[in-house]
Design a protein around this ligand. Structure first.
Ligand SMILES: Cc1cc2nc3c(=O)[nH]c(=O)nc-3n(C[C@H](O)[C@H](O)[C@H](O)COP(=O)(O)OP(=O)(O)OC[C@H]3O[C@@H](n4cnc5c(N)ncnc54)[C@H](O)[C@@H]3O)c2cc1C
Length: 436
């Protein structure tokens, strides 16, 4: 029997793909709901996402969604979503979406454009193990690209700080481009046939995905794992109510610090490493306004705020522009992000203070008159694991763990995005099936 600890997307996908390999498993989830960071809430008027807002979808993902009978539930992004706005020199501007568009637009200075052209001739070199995204991007593209494209993007996707995140762990593909071609741009040109992926959501919210997987596998809710015991080459999983379950193999699909607590009696070194993984806090706030109250056209995915511009929030998704049906057609819905590694102090303010500052910031940026008609606040005390120097010892330690029939599929190793979590679990299921 395989026991999977954690009913987020990683754990559920592991159970789903194990079943496809003919291996039964049991998912133990501590909460009364599954999904972890996929957490949707329906109010009378809105479908709100407390966690992940969208999912990058290619043909492989579409095939999976079809198998899960979710095809009819998909909401595609509206055409305007190709526009991503960045706050620069006191106003919102569309970020050019390709190198040719960038060279044509006046978003970046001539100096930066020349630096980009010169990048095409960069020489091959190894990526340093400790090399950060900041060092890597400044060397290839200069400080302006770093400050106004990379840093806000990394804040928006990873809640991260590029001066801490490692290029080899966060963008392994870019590291490989440098090693194989020298130039990142040439790497993109040579691999240009890579399939385009579109962001999607679901009518009832992102939680539809883990719910569809949970319907196919065995899940126990409110089953918090308190302890692991090793007896005669078997694992005994001890729940917080004292109940004990036997397992031949365990898959850990829980956050790093929760995994550290369970692993400490069996693998102290990895427990120490997992304890050190940093998860910055992130507040996710939804603000709703009647459409007439907002002067900005909001024709885009949303806006990101580079730290050097000194705004309060890290950015926001223009949810009502992006997806149909997430709120009443006569409303404008913002999903705002406050916190992450570059804005940590802001997330530690009191919820009322955060909402007040957000309302003021939105009023100024979007020419809004009047108060929000509804507002919602949710705090992730520990949002997204940071792939900084603390994660470097993990590969070797995880390999040693597998000798004890303990496996990992979790967002703190091998990618944080929802697709990364799903495909890692698929690979793990194949690996386990090959051992069986
Ligand atoms: C605010 C936010 C926005 C995001 N936006 C996006 C996005 O738009 N697109 C995208 O692709 N990704 C996004 N992500 C990242 C992505 O959602 C997560 O990395 C991914 O969902 C993590 O899945 P997981 O299953 O590995 O972990 P989790 O979702 O953390 O699931 C772990 C589960 O384990 C359970 N658990 C913990 N301890 C125990 C225990 N002792 N016993 C039993 N169960 C336990 C928890 O209750 C939880 O359900 C976002 C993340 C956050 C926080």
């Amino acid at each position: 029997m395989v026991i999977i600890i954690g009913g987020g997307i990683s754990g559920l996908a592991a159970a789903y793909f194990l079943k496809k390999q003919g291996i039964e498993s049991l998912v133990l989830e501590s909460e009364a709901r599954i999904g972890g960071c996929l957490y949707s809430v329906e109010t009378e008027q809105e479908v709100l996402e407390k966690g992940a807002n969208s999912l990058l979808c290619d043909s492989k993902m579409r095939a999976l969604l079809k198998q899960l009978n979710l095809e009819g539930e998909i909401i595609e992004t509206n055409a305007v979503s190709k526009n991503r706005f960045i706050y620069k020199n006191g106003k919102y501007r569309v970020l050019p979406s390709s190198p040719p568009a960038l060279l044509k637009s006046n978003f970046f200075s001539l100096h930066t454009k020349l630096k980009i052209l010169r990048e095409l001739f960069a020489k091959k070199r190894q990526v340093g193990v400790q090399e950060t995204l900041s060092e890597f991007f400044i060397r290839h593209f200069g400080k302006e690209i770093h400050d106004y494209a990379l840093a806000p993007f990394v804040a928006g996707i990873y809640a991260g700080d590029p001066s801490k995140l490692l290029v080899s762990k966060t963008f392994p593909q870019l590291a490989a481009y440098q090693e194989n071609y020298g130039s990142i741009l040439r790497g993109f040109i040579k691999n240009g046939s890579a399939e385009r992926r579109n962001s999607i959501s679901f009518k009832k919210g992102m939680q539809a995905l883990p719910q569809a997987m949970a319907a196919e596998v065995a899940v126990r809710y409110e089953a918090k794992v308190a302890n692991l015991e090793r007896v005669d080459k078997q694992w005994i999983v001890v729940l917080s109510n004292g109940e004990k379950l036997k397992a031949d193999k365990i898959v850990l699909a829980i956050p790093a610090k929760a995994a550290a607590r369970l692993l400490r009696p069996h693998a102290k070194r990895i427990a120490d490493v997992l304890e050190r993984i940093h998860y910055p806090p992130m507040a996710v706030c939804h603000l709703v306004y009647p459409q007439g109250a907002v002067s900005h056209g909001m024709e885009g995915f949303g806006a990101l705020h580079p730290r050097r511009e000194g705004l309060f929030s890290a950015g926001m998704i223009w949810t009502s522009s992006l997806f149909e049906g997430k709120c009443s057609p006569s409303d404008t819905l913002f999903t705002c992000f406050v916190g992450g590694s570059q804005f940590e102090q802001a997330a530690r303010l009191a919820p009322n203070e955060i909402l007040k500052r957000l309302q003021n910031e939105l009023a100024e940026l979007y020419g809004i008159k009047g108060e929000a008609s509804a507002q919602y606040f949710y705090l992730w005390e520990q949002a997204i694991p940071q792939y900084d120097e603390n994660v470097l010892p993990l590969p070797e330690l995880l390999e040693a763990l597998e000798q004890q029939q303990l496996f990992v599929s979790a967002n703190w190793h091998g990618g944080v995005s929802v697709p990364d979590c799903i495909w890692k679990s698929e690979r793990l299921a194949t690996q386990i099936a090959m051992q069986a």
